[in-house]
Ligand binder design. Structure first.
Ligand code: ADP
Ligand code: ASP
Ligand code: MG
Length: 406
């Protein structure tokens, strides 16, 4: 049996017109003799009736709060509505299908409600249903813990459902359908001349996704990489093949030189706060240890960490800034807090050891009068922290400087 997994994101399912496009991709692959396992997200984005954010807003509107267990129960409804709607559409078309929840499809997770990790997948029911149906629709983003409770996999988690199921079923391909033509050199909502990349290695997109390119969830890529399953990220609304994500060896047959590029793309994470802690008049013993221990004890995730003899500089998400500041002040520190920053990343496997990359970054930003608040690098990424109001200009300037549109 040739199995293909197709995953359709929120915008791909948000309107009757969009769903007609979804149908065309399903019909085409059925004609290609695939048995299809379709993973769906909740329909639409915030404001649309059954989107995940709309469901979350329901809790806000009631002015109440909901325990993580019940919140996951609520969130699972979005994907169930989406899957059932698609099944009814397929029925209209004479295509046999059935719907399975994450639990029924065999997703077993830990009990971390809201951000559960997949422990394993037992896809026997999916395989069984594929014997009788051309299409099995699985609700993305959800699983079940060992006590039988519904869990969700974290925002954007339907991508992870798709690749994990692809791995469990040994699918030939996992196609991630979305509202852009593939993986681009930058977020096209910000950089208008961003270019779709025909081929990207698992490592390249994994880095980009970790640095904020939300076109695919990084966990989804990691799972596909471990299983060696190729992914195509492609548009629901066009017929192109989008971006193939695989190991570079897989590309050499189709196009040479692909892995030689220096920079693959630019990504960003907005809404971060820079925190600087320096010792008071007399030398503070173990300042670094005290600060990071306190952050860990309060479950505040830290990033962009620079430790120097004169103190520490790091970032937290804006939503954690007030708590982080209060914790530090309670310990007697006087932290300097700079909210409204953005982390901009230049990513590429080819930048390692290449002289002049940082010089180009500094040149691009200073030409635009953009102040660099902090920087760091690894062998595949250079990060700069800028004020959020400079972020869009910084992304565009870097995209141009590295000639990514060509
Ligand atoms: P879906 O609902 O289909 O999962 P998402 O909104 O999660 O869609 O992801 C698609 C969006 O990712 C695009 O609309 C685009 O704005 C954004 N995006 C960010 N960075 C990139 C990138 N490098 N390439 C393509 N899209 C990107
Ligand atoms: N519906 C979920 C979310 O909005 C999962 C997903 O779209 O991947 O996060
Ligand atoms: Mg997504």
């Amino acid at each position: 049996m040739h199995i293909m997994v197709q995953k359709f994101g929120g915008t791909s399912l948000s309107s009757p017109e969009a769903r007609e496009h979804v149908l065309s991709h399903i019909r085409r692959e059925l004609d290609n003799d695939y048995r299809l396992v379709i993973v769906v997200s909740a329909m639409g984005r915030r404001g649309d009736p059954y989107a995940t954010d709309t469901l979350l807003d329901l809790i806000e509107q009631t002015g109440g709060s909901l325990s993580p267990r019940e919140q996951d129960l609520l969130l699972c409804c979005g994907e169930i509505i989406s899957a059932s709607t698609l099944s009814s559409l397929l029925h209209r078309e004479g295509i046999s299908s059935t719907v399975l929840t994450g639990a029924q499809a065999g997703f077993r997770t830990d009990s971390h409600f809201g951000n559960a990790r997949i422990l394993d997948i037992v896809p026997s029911r999916v395989l069984e249903e594929l014997e009788y149906n051309e299409v099995v629709i699985v609700t993305g983003f959800q699983g079940q813990n060992l006590d039988g409770e519904f869990t969700t996999l974290g925002r954007g988690g339907s991508d992870t459902s798709a690749t994990a199921l692809g791995a469990a079923l040994r699918a030939e391909m996992v196609d991630i359908y979305t509202d852009v033509n593939g993986i681009l050199t930058a977020d096209p909502r910000i950089v208008e001349d961003a270019r779709a990349l025909p081929y990207v290695s698992y490592a390249e997109i994994c880095n980009m996704a970790h640095q904020g390119a939300k076109v695919i969830h990084p966990r989804a890529v990691e799972i596909a990489m471990q299983a060696g399953i190729p992914i195509r990220v492609r548009s629901t609304f066009a017929q192109g093949e989008g971006t193939l994500v695989a190991n570079p060896e897989g590309f050499r047959d189709v196009q040479s030189g692909v892995v030689d590029r220096y920079v693959t793309g630019i990504a960003y994470v907005g809404n971060v706060t820079q925190i600087t802690v320096q010792p008071a008049e007399q030398q503070e013993a173990n300042l670094q240890l005290k600060v990071f221990k306190a952050m860990a004890e309060n479950a505040i995730s830290v990033d962009f960490i620079n430790v120097t003899p004169s103190g520490v500089v790091y970032t937290v998400f804006d939503c954690d800034a007030v708590q982080a500041s209060a914790v530090l002040e309670e310990m007697g520190f006087r932290p300097r807090i700079l909210t409204g920053c953005a982390k901009v990343s230049v990513i590429g496997g080819g930048i390692n050891g290449v002289p002049g990359i940082m010089a180009k970054i500094v040149e691009a930003l200073t030409e635009q009068g953009i102040q660099i608040l902090q920087s760091a690098d690894s062998n595949t990424t250079i990060w700069v922290l800028v004020n959020k109001e400079d972020m869009v200009q910084a992304l565009r300037a870097l995209h141009t400087k590295f000639e990514l549109a060509h």
